[in-house]
Design a protein around this ligand. Structure first.
Ligand code: ADP
Ligand code: MG
Length: 614
């Protein structure tokens, strides 16, 4: 059983070969010429670096012959110049190759980042409610750089270093096969070191990610603009600083422990490497004394030995080290790309003549309680339904299910007889608009803030009789003081990019306008006027009732006065529907609605009077 799970996990994980193929295909697709030239230059660099040893041998041999008198000085000089020129050529080649590779890597990084963002948009929204997923996405984003780094290092090893060592191996072998064996043995500690590092850093990434996410969040609570005001007012800096430091310390300690462990193993391995180094020198010396290799070859190898061991150390410590250190993070990137997406039929056109919820229950991920529990409700096209109830009674959750953003955990929610679980998200969201309780304040222009809900509206329906930016803003009662938004609808909002910030109420009106602007057959308003004063709220609802005639509307409100514009009022309590009826019907019953209504009437006298007068 365990073995089968392990096998399954291995199957799902992206291997190094798969990563290299993926990135190479991406690079070949987006920048084929630069990519091919860069690959060729990379191989060339490896071969040329190794070929330097031949020029060295040639030079040492010619000097030896000159000393022995069998050669002229000019011949020795010529081989010296050839050796130098080839060295310069190799250096230039290496620099150009590195530059090109850097360029290709940056292009690839851009594209793999884009793939991740596209994937994040296709993921089922419910998973954003799951802490484990937030860790997952955090890990995946750090994985972008890791993927590039892993593939870069693998390519350098596979192309530059492999060509270099193959060439050197051939050279050693042609001199004395034993030399190749000695040299081969010195690879062993480096290989073991790489395996240890891979194992330990892989484990570290999985343990450390939750701490990183926490300290990054507390850092945000301390320093970001969003949190600054409240944090300062509550004098919460000290507390956040403590939490930040605690998590950062744990993170650093975990890292430190792993690094210490790895370094201890590596120190032992380095001694082994040294044995190989000294062994090769002794072998060479022996062969030279025996007259089996010439002085030129001995000198060439001797002078290249440092470079070779340096490169080996570089390959296994830096390059393989970088691969193993980043491999876990890179795999997280691919694990994210492989996350299940919501599937379903795409070619479904939903008119929303009837929406039926049958015994629908809903549970948030990692939550023991049901947010909705056995909901039965039918909504007909054109109806206006108000949903009322105490905080936490499940109103917002119900609206998320009605939009199709979330699917029932149990029971069925059908639209025109089709289960939402069987329809692709795009088809579900088409023709639906919403103003969310936690609406967004986009740091963009007024116009963009409104049109973002339906960017293709003008292209799709040039003669659309629906709302324009202007009319949507007007219906949402968005007025601005003259002189404040100097560029009208093109004025930038929010301080982040030098725009004007608005009050909570003004932002909320913009969010309402955004909801109204989108072409829709059904609109959901989840406490859209919480930041707007009751009298103006009444005005907005009155206008809303006018424009929503013939369309289905679901309004969540905690001010019962506003619920009166609805055809039916749904009363929720503890995740259940406890009553349904018109305002008058519900008032006559001795139920939750009546209790809430009179409790509010005491506090919102003007509100109730205002409604009563209309
Ligand atoms: P309302 O909109 O009526 O205030 P909600 O639909 O927001 O109620 O919440 C219903 C229940 O679901 C509450 O008990 C709340 O604690 C829980 N809940 C809401 N959002 C989440 C979430 N993201 N994860 C876990 N539980 C949640
Ligand atoms: Mg709510």
């Amino acid at each position: 059983m365990k073995a089968a799970t392990k096998e399954k996990r291995r199957e799902k994980q992206q291997g190094l070969y798969g990563m290299i193929c993926h990135i190479l295909i991406l690079e070949l697709k987006h920048c084929p010429v630069i990519c091919i030239v860069s690959l060729l230059l990379t191989i060339g660099t490896g071969v040329c670096t190794a070929a330097n040893v031949l020029f060295k041998q040639n030079f040492y041999d010619s000097v030896e012959s000159m000393v022995k008198g069998s050669n002229t000085l000019s011949f020795a000089l010529a081989s010296g110049i050839a050796m130098t020129l080839f060295l310069v050529f190799t250096l230039v080649l290496q620099t150009v190759s590195e530059l090109m590779q850097e360029n290709v890597s940056r292009i690839a990084e851009g594209h793999i980042g884009r793939l991740l963002n596209e994937k994040a948009c296709r993921i089922d929204p419910i998973v954003y409610e799951d802490n484990r997923f937030l860790d997952h996405i955090n890990k995946a984003y750090t994985g972008i750089e890791a993927v590039v780094s892993v593939v870069d290092s693998a390519l350098v090893i596979g192309l530059v270093e492999l060509s270099y060592f193959l060439f050197m191996g051939w050279y050693f072998f042609s001199l004395k096969p034993m030399l190749l064996l000695m040299f081969g043995i010195s690879f062993l500690p480096a290989v073991i070191g790489a395996a240890v590092r891979r194992n330990m850093y892989g484990k570290l990434e999985n343990h450390a990610a939750p701490y990183r996410r926490k300290y990054e969040y507390f850092e945000k609570c301390l320093c970001s603009r969003e949190y600054a005001k409240e944090t300062r007012l509550w004098r919460g800096e000290g507390y956040f600083k403590k939490l930040y430091e605690k998590n950062l310390d744990t993170y650093t300690q975990l890292q430190w422990k792993t690094t210490m462990g790895v370094e201890r193993v590596e120190l032992a391995l380095r001694f082994l490497l040294l044995t190989g180094y000294v062994g090769t020198i002794i072998c060479m010396f022996y062969y030279m004394v025996q007259g089996e290799i010439g002085i030129g070859a001995f000198a060439a190898i001797f002078s290249s030995l440092d470079q070779m061991f340096g490169r080996m150390e570089n390959v296994f410590h830096l390059r393989v080290g970088s691969i193993t250190q980043n491999f876990g993070a890179a795999q997280n990137y691919y694990a994210f790309l492989k996350l299940k997406e919501r599937e379903g039929k795409e070619n479904v056109s939903l008119d929303r003549k009837i929406i039926e919820l049958k015994n629908v229950s809903f549970q948030y991920p990692n939550s023991a309680d049901f947010a909705l529990d056995g909901i039965d409700l039918t909504i007909h096209k054109g109806e206006t339904i108000a949903v009322v109830g105490a905080n936490g009674s499940g109103k917002s959750t119900l609206t998320r299910l009605l939009t199709g953003l979330y699917l029932p955990t149990a029971g069925t929610l059908t639209i025109d007889g089709v289960e939402t679980a069987k329809v692709a998200p795009e088809a579900l969201y088409r023709n639906v608009s919403a103003v969310f309780q936690r609406y967004q304040s986009y740091k963009m222009t007024v116009s963009e803030n409104v049109t973002i809900s339906d960017m293709e509206k003008e292209m799709r329906e040039p003669r659309d009789k629906g709302e324009t930016v202007e009319s949507a803003l007007e219906k949402a009662s968005f007025y601005y003081e003259s002189g404040k938004l100097t560029e009208g609808f093109e004025s930038m909002l929010g301080k982040d990019f030098g725009g004007t910030d608005l009050s909570g109420g003004q932002w909320q009106r913009i969010a309402i306008a955004r909801g109204l602007y989108r072409t829709h057959g059904m609109i959901i308003l989840d406490e859209p006027t919480a930041a707007i004063d009751p009298l103006e709220e009444a005005d907005i609802y009155r206008r809303f009732a006018e424009i929503s005639s013939g369309k289905t509307a679901v309004i969540v409100t905690h001010r019962l006065g506003s619920a009166q514009i609805a055809d039916r009022i749904v009363v929720m309590d503890g995740g259940r529907i406890v009553d349904i009826g018109t305002h008058e019907e519900l008032l006559q019953r001795d139920g939750k609605y009546r209790e809430m209504y009179y409790a509010q009437a005491k506090w919102y006298v003007s509100d109730c009077v205002a409604f009563g007068q209309r």
